[in-house]
Design a protein around this ligand. Structure first.
Ligand code: GDP
Length: 221
């Protein structure tokens, strides 16, 4: 049974991962929080570009140096997304330049099965190419300039991503029934999900209301 190819968007906190995913899913102007680290675990979306269907996974901010606390848990979730992915989109922030976290993420991605594509976000002025060039230092090949907010470069980036996807032939057997777990905040939805799946699929924090996004909205555009 073939499965839909998986593209994971990873990067340090606040580089614009959710903005990019919203842009790709055409959720323009939708929920992007000013508060860093709003996506804590992994959010799955069914996406399509140029006739290629894939699962697009949004992740929380990767901080490979974090060993304890919520940051370490979120980083662990992003690593699981990398393991599941066929292509990993490593997003960086032109305004911050190449950071230590970017370097650590690049090193992890070199060891991963997935193919990595590097994108430099927040290049709102396409005429200025100086910042993009600095990201060659990460050794992840060509840095692709984008502005997630303005939608610049996103189409060209997706062309590169879908060209790397494995072949996928949809067949009836891959259509699986869907089940949603709903309930008031903090009643134990994520804990139940983890139990059912027998794995740490969702970050459960003592802090109420940690789960902000939505998982498994496979048909949303
Ligand atoms: P995440 O934590 O990586 O998911 O980052 P977000 O998508 O939440 O974005 C973090 C911040 O960067 C928000 O304030 C966004 O408005 C801002 N941002 C995202 N993309 C761009 C961009 O292309 N240009 C500019 N100037 N700001 C952006």
């Amino acid at each position: 049974m073939s499965r839909l190819p998986v593209v994971a968007v990873v990067g340090a906190p606040n580089v614009g991962k959710s903005s990019l995913v919203n842009r790709i899913m055409r959720r323009r102007g939708a929920v992007v929080s000013e508060q860093p680290g709003t996506t804590r675990d992994r959010a799955y979306n069914r996406a399509e570009w140029a006739g290629h269907e894939f699962t697009l996974v949004d992740t929380g901010g990767m901080e490979p140096s974090a060993k304890v606390g919520l940051e370490a848990l979120v980083t662990l979730q992003a690593r699981v997304a990398v393991e599941e992915a066929d292509v990993v989109l490593h997003l960086t922030d032109a305004r911050l330049g190449v950071t230590e976290a970017d370097g650590a993420i690049a090193r992890e991605l070199r060891r991963a099965r997935a193919k990595a594509v590097l994108a430099v976000n927040k290049l709102d002025n396409p005429a200025d190419d100086t910042e993009r060039h600095r990201f060659y230092a990460l050794g992840e090949g060509e840095p692709h300039a984008i502005s997630a907010i303005h939608g610049l470069g996103v189409g060209d980036l997706l062309d590169v991503v879908v060209a790397l996807l494995p072949d996928y032939e949809p067949d009836a057997e891959t259509e699986v029934p869907r089940l949603a777990i709903v309930g008031r905040p903090n009643v134990g939805k994520s804990t139940l999900l983890n139990r059912l799946l027998g794995a740490e699929r969702a970050v459960v924090s003592e802090r109420a209301g940690t789960r902000r996004g939505r998982r498994g909205d496979r048909n949303r555009r």
